[in-house]
Ligand binder design. Sequence first.
Ligand SMILES: *[C@@H]1O[C@H](CO)[C@@H](O)[C@H](O)[C@H]1NC(C)=O
Ligand SMILES: *[C@@H]1O[C@H](CO)[C@@H](O)[C@H](O)[C@H]1NC(C)=O
Ligand SMILES: *[C@@H]1O[C@H](CO)[C@@H](O)[C@H](O)[C@H]1NC(C)=O
Ligand SMILES: *[C@@H]1O[C@H](CO)[C@@H](O)[C@H](O)[C@H]1NC(C)=O
Ligand SMILES: *[C@@H]1O[C@H](CO)[C@@H](O)[C@H](O)[C@H]1NC(C)=O
Length: 364
Amino acid sequence: MENKKFPKMAFVLLSFLYLLPFSGAVVPNAIGISYGRLGDNLPSPARSIELLQSMNVGRVKLYDADHEILNLLSGKNIDVAITVANDEISGIAANQHLADQWVYEHVLAHYPKTRIRFVLVGHEVFSSLSTDQDMQIARDLVPAIRRIKNTLKAQGIRNIKVGTPLAMDMMGMTFPPSNGSFKPEIREFMVPLLKFINGTKSYFFVDVYPYFAWFEGQVMNQTGISLDFALLRSGNETYTDPQTGLVYTNLLDQMLDSVVYAMAKLGYDDVMLAISETGWPHEGESGATRENAAEYNNNLIRKMVTVPNAGTPARPGEVIPTYIFSLYDEDQKYGPATERHWGLLNPDGSPVYLVNITRKGTSD
Ligand SMILES: *[C@@H]1O[C@H](CO)[C@@H](O)[C@H](O)[C@H]1NC(C)=O
Ligand SMILES: *[C@@H]1O[C@H](CO)[C@@H](O)[C@H](O)[C@H]1NC(C)=O
Ligand SMILES: *[C@@H]1O[C@H](CO)[C@@H](O)[C@H](O)[C@H]1NC(C)=O
Ligand SMILES: *[C@@H]1O[C@H](CO)[C@@H](O)[C@H](O)[C@H]1NC(C)=O
Ligand SMILES: *[C@@H]1O[C@H](CO)[C@@H](O)[C@H](O)[C@H]1NC(C)=O
């Protein structure tokens, strides 16, 4: 009896030890692409969906909830994120009927044949707070998110998570990562948002661009961030956070963990992260070359599809849903030339450079 009991206990202990550090680690990740359409020369939606399929993309993010595209995605093995426009937020926040109507029109009309998995409410809402209207939208964001979630819940839909993508300009401090904190002026919006995300087990969606952090360093003549570190080149370069002792091998992990620590400062220790946008421009200003863009995106893909999942130093093993920005170069975007050159594909659908999205992963 004794020696029968022992192996059983050992097994239980072993599986416990195995599961703890890797919880979620065996779930493979699937790479996503953001399908922005601010171009007057882009392939048709039908052709675009074919291209996404031929690239083995597991997820796609739309900046709207276009009926034609959602129809085309019906029956496809691609998880879909759709977006509520910023100017719809205040109406929905004020009125459950408008939330219901939005969900009926854009979700129920297509779900479940179209695998809608995320409803993103707004786009970088805290990034411009200069007018009264901007402030109103920021205040209305979480109420609108709650109303959309209420409708989904009332329809018995449990596998669609609701969130909002935010840009890194929400951060007051990002370095060292353990010093990460949100800007004081948006903390009042952040607390209810985190409460919702934590309570519904949704994701904190971040648009995170090592390119811009590196580029700013160049412009300011600060050479602290090397191109290797920004491009996720696995080299000999590391940074050890003096407070946590965690060792960083790339800038993306540092930026993500600064968000992890900022959330923890507000009391939210284990809200999951998703990367709603990341990428590297292939033409334009300093550092924007095809070689760099290819290297960043391929290194990113390799990192994200690894099993067990890499996560980040503060979140080892965590699956981080990730969308590369962007499917196409978009010629109608404003700003410096760099803005119009984030595409993986040329307007004729040919690749700008080679990315290898091997679909080892499955999306959720
Ligand atoms: C981290 O933040 C604290 C408090 O704001 C500050 O005193 C400290 O100097 C920061 N650490 C670094 C390395 O910047
Ligand atoms: C976050 O959610 C968990 C349950 O999933 C709960 O135990 C915890 O108290 C929540 N955190 C906060 C700060 O509310
Ligand atoms: C960076 O260096 C260049 C060349 O030395 C100089 O022209 C520029 O003014 C510097 N920029 C800043 C922000 O110091
Ligand atoms: C890291 O590698 C680079 C280029 O391969 C080399 O120039 C540098 O000296 C190395 N640094 C260390 C600390 O080994
Ligand atoms: C793509 O990546 C997979 C797995 O990482 C590898 O087996 C394959 O050879 C790569 N294909 C190309 C064309 O690089």
